[in-house]
Design a protein around this ligand. Structure first.
Ligand code: 5AD
Ligand code: SF4
Length: 466
């Protein structure tokens, strides 16, 4: 390949399934390919390379991948010429199987190989069918290039930053410890360097990501081991950064240090995603969650003592093997007791290779569906009640996007609610005090009460890139 052909603009289409970690990874794949002439396109028909960034967490997710591959194979049969890659957790778990089942696929590669993507593309260019699912010895983050300020800004004023990958908890329903491997924390300085790059480009809100993010730990400059609370304190020192969030957490890793950070660090938002999965001790034990209902509630009490305005979100699974009506009633009662601002609910899905898959007393599908409907009715009511409870309150809102109509902007409340309001465009990137005047199904409406003009380098820069 000549120099010139290497930098001929090519188009990259990435379809992202699953969680926020995949959203972050898709951007990093785009960053890895950018120096090799690949530009993102939202139009699949324009693409020279299509990557499916897959999720393996529940059954339907991998089925969707195979049907998407079928559609892509059809496009190729119709004469469209593009390369097809499968990345993410399905690729990691079923690499060989995907390569065998889908003739159209050119490369299958796991999350630890994203920095090698240009090399994998070159191998496909030489006629190879690539399957790369080993965990490479080198640190991918050391090798992934940073995005340019312009690209960072084009992705918005809020950004994800993966600080931790993998999980050692082995909940008996979950594939993550197998697909993403053992818990690994990115070094403190590496995370801070990436955060500085993002903030210098205008990012105002960072969400730190990890499958078990609150297990993050690193060494400070004195060689002392520090946890996520200290990382948030260091990030809080970045002047242009207004807000910090983190997700997803395990209740057992809510350390005193992290809880104290919620009291001391005003940039940490009072909104925490803390999955519990079930309200029944019997089921929690079968799930190998390693905590009881009372442990979970005690963690919430400690958090609320540190930060009384903390709002919670959670994940719940209904129909885990052996779950009786009485167990499910315990889940409903836990949801009543906690009162969630938001929640994600799932029917248990058998994941081959996990202990749950071999349990005898699987719950019939219609029972799962019926329990899910009841749980959904409850959490939907709680979400609506929470939104309504915000009406009349004055909340800090980060104005992070253009509004639906001229003269409007969109923002986010501390509780991650979408907020619509009238505001001039130059306030984009600022945090304003907003009186909440209405609550809809998916968003709330507000009016600015105090008018803080933009100040600080990051806001000015963010406008320059807007
Ligand atoms: N079935 C259903 N839901 C699951 N989750 C993880 N594994 C499964 C499974 N096998 C849910 C959990 C987890 C969220 C990311 O996905 O609630 O917190
Ligand atoms: Fe899966 Fe449990 Fe680890 Fe979360 S803590 S990723 S649910 S094994």
């Amino acid at each position: 390949m000549t120099e010139a052909s290497e930098i001929r603009p090519k188009k990259l289409f990435i379809k992202t399934y699953g969680c926020q970690m995949n959203v972050y990874d898709s951007d990093r794949m785009a960053d890895a390919l950018a120096p090799h002439g690949y530009e993102p396109t939202p139009v699949i028909d324009d693409a020279d390379l299509v990557v499916l960034n897959t999720c393996h967490i529940r059954e339907k997710a991998s089925e969707k991948v195979f049907s998407e591959l079928g559609r892509l194979a059809e496009l190729r049969r119709e004469g469209r010429d593009f390369m097809i890659g499968v990345a993410g957790c399905v690729a990691q778990a079923e690499g060989e199987e995907i390569a065998r089942r889908s003739k159209a696929v050119d490369m299958v590669f796991g999350p630890q190989s994203y920095h090698r993507l240009p090399e994998l593309v070159a191998r496909v260019g030489r006629g190879e069918k690539v399957v790369e699912t080993e965990f490479p010895p080198e640190d991918k983050f050391e090798h992934l290039p940073a995005a340019s300020p312009r690209v960072i800004r084009s992705r918005g004023l809020t950004a994800f930053l993966t600080v931790q990958e993998g999980c050692d908890k082995f909940c008996s329903f979950c594939v993550v410890p197998y697909t993403r491997g053992a818990e690994q924390s990115r070094p403190l300085e590496q995370v801070l360097a990436e955060a500085r790059t993002l903030v210098a480009a205008g990012v105002r809100e960072l969400t730190l990501l990890g499958q078990n993010v609150n297990a993050w730990h690193g060494l400070d400059a004195h060689g002392r081991s520090v946890g996520l609370g200290e990382l948030c304190a260091r990030l809080g020192e970045l002047e242009g950064l207004a807000r910090i969030r983190y997700t997803t957490s395990h209740p057992l890793d809510m350390t005193d240090e992290l809880i104290a950070a919620h009291r001391d660090n005003f940039k940490l938002m009072p909104y925490l995603h803390l999955p519990v999965q079930s309200g029944s001790d019997r089921i929690l034990k079968a799930m190998n969650r390693r905590h009881t209902r009372a442990d979970y509630l005690a963690v919430i009490d400690r958090i609320k003592a540190a930060r009384p305005d903390m709002a919670l979100s959670g994940d719940f699974i209904v129909g885990f093997p052996g779950e009786t009506e009485a167990d499910f009633a315990e889940t409903l009662s836990l949801v009543h007791e906690v009162g969630y601002a938001s929640a994600f609910t799932f029917k248990y899905s058998i994941r081959p290779g996990t202990p749950g898959a071999d349990m005898d007393d699987q719950v019939p599908e219609p029972v799962k569906a019926e329990r899910l409907a009841r749980l959904n009715a409850l959490v939907t009511r709680q979400m609506r009640d929470f939104a309504r409870s915000c009406v009349g309150r004055t909340l800090d809102v980060l104005l992070d996007k253009p509004g639906r109509l001229p003269g409007q902007l969109g923002g986010r409340s501390p509780y991650l609610q979408a907020v619509h309001l009238e505001a001039p465009e130059h306030l984009l990137g600022t945090v304003q005090q907003v009186l909440i005047v209405g609550a809809g199904n998916n968003s709330i409406e507000g009016k600015i009460v105090t008018h803080a003009e933009p100040k600080g380098a990051s806001v000015i820069e963010s406008q320059a890139f807007a």
